[in-house]
Design a protein. Structure first.
Length: 88
């Protein structure tokens, strides 16, 4: 692999890692539980990009449907059975 291409991959990994930390922070401080689930799914999507860049496509193929699709779907159904807003 070219040295410049490797540097670009590392730069993308750093940016995606930083964005995942921001998404985790937003999920923790959000009072609206639906938005918190969306931020959590966004963070999982960033992790999937990291797995792909780390050359683990088999993990990405399992992680994406579960962490971005199934878990947020179940959480949204559970939130619909309770209240959407977190109380103080």
């Amino acid at each position: 692999m070219n040295v410049y291409a490797e540097t670009i991959v590392y730069l993308i990994m750093a940016v995606v890692s930083l964005l995942s930390v921001v998404a985790v922070y937003l999920a923790i401080v959000e009072r609206d539980l639906i938005k918190a689930v969306i931020y959590s799914a966004l963070q999982s999507g960033f992790y999937a990009v990291l797995y792909y860049l780390l050359m683990a496509p088999d993990i990405v193929l399992v992680y994406l449907p579960v962490a971005v699709g199934l878990i947020p779907g179940v959480l949204i159904v559970l939130i619909s059975k309770t209240e959407r807003w977190e109380k103080e």
